[in-house]
Design a binder for this molecule. Structure first.
Ligand SMILES: [Zn+2]
Length: 344
């Protein structure tokens, strides 16, 4: 990581921490923004220093309006809405701080994986667990989750209460792509994942109905009572990439090749065999491809091909430079590559 990147990480981390604080934690927020202001002035010596009041109001403006692209690490959007941190804000915290994000998820998933490896039907149980997380962005508290007991996973390590600001008149509105509660109070409503915005578009309130801007379909409300949502780290690092994993499996299967998700208790996200050779794929859906690159560059090199969404194809070149010799492709590129392998 060069010094601009490490300073950008530090700056983002200060700003995001300030946006995540409750308005009552005035002194802590003030202190974080004071540090951010000093760092910004040091990074941009030609411009006038930003006051804490200015930075505070910037939290509810799109990052791209007030932060130079060199310091944004590819992030776009607002960090706070009505004094609550947005999903973008949480996503930046998760992607820039492995301890709260990636490593925490890895630990939960690893515990289940290790246990499944010792059980006679562990492969099936592990797959059931991963599919359950992808299919259940929200669960009802009375739903029986008995299958978690032998896997020694507690409900609370996977699900959490739905924050009040995502509830409107006792109802939640679930993202049609991932099933997570949407950020209903924003002008352009979505769950906060770029993947979902690209796949199903955004939504807007028309009178009392939440309507798709793309196809005018109405999103039905669901009673929020007794409902819990998948925790943000699991949503970010298992559910959302899981949607790309499912699409890759279906795309490869359509080429007449059998593809298996989480083979041998998660040796990779997906593998397929052609002419006695097995290929492994890992799907990655991060907001910031720059932070994804840093993450990949810091993990051991394997033969697994990394697949990112098509809407991030423009960053493939930079990712290649960051992570060479690791193979990285977009979803469409990957399917074209498998098709070519079939024609050999
Ligand atoms: Zn979504």
């Amino acid at each position: 990581m060069d010094s601009v990147d490490s300073n950008a990480q530090r700056l983002l981390s200060l700003i995001v921490k300030a946006a995540q604080l409750d308005a009552r934690q005035h002194a802590e927020r003030h202190d974080l923004l004071r540090q951010a202001s000093a760092l910004l002035w040091w990074l941009e010596p030609g411009s006038s220093p930003r006051t804490i009041a200015t930075l505070l109001s910037c939290l509810s403006l799109p990052l791209e309006q007030w932060l130079d692209s060199r310091f944004r690490q590819g992030y776009q959007g607002v960090l706070q809405f009505a004094d609550e941190p947005t999903m973008l804000c949480n996503a930046i915290a998760l992607e820039t701080n492995p301890r709260v994000g990636w490593e925490r998820v890895q630990q939960i998933v690893k515990n289940v994986r290790d246990l499944c490896r010792t059980r006679p039907r562990g492969d099936d149980e592990y797959r059931l667990f991963r599919m359950f997380l992808i299919d259940h962005g929200v669960v009802d508290a009375d739903r029986s989750l008995d299958f978690l007991i032998p896997l020694q996973v507690s409900f609370n390590s996977l699900y959490e209460p739905i924050p009040q600001h995502l509830i409107r008149l006792g109802q939640v509105y679930l993202c049609p792509s991932c099933g997570w509660p949407m950020e209903i109070h924003r002008h352009a409503v979505s769950c906060g994942a770029h993947w979902c915005e690209q796949t199903v578009g955004i939504f807007q309130w028309m009178d009392d109905e939440l309507v798709s801007v793309r196809n005018a379909k109405v999103i039905p409300p669901h009673p929020a009572k007794n409902k819990y949502r998948l925790t943000p780290p699991l949503w970010t690092f298992t559910l959302i990439p899981g949607l790309l994993e499912l699409r890759l499996r279906d795309g490869i299967s359509r080429l007449g090749v059998s593809a298996e998700l989480w083979p041998d208790v998660d040796q990779a996200d997906l593998h397929f065999t052609l002419d006695d050779r097995t290929y492994s794929l890992d799907a990655k859906v991060w907001h910031s491809t720059k932070n994804l690159g840093q993450h990949l560059a810091s993990t051991p090199l394997t033969d697994t091909v990394i697949v990112i969404p098509d809407y991030q194809a423009q960053y493939l070149h930079t990712l290649d430079e960051q992570c060479s010799p690791r193979q990285i492709m977009s979803e469409s590129q990957c399917l074209r590559w498998v098709k070519k392998l079939c024609q050999r």
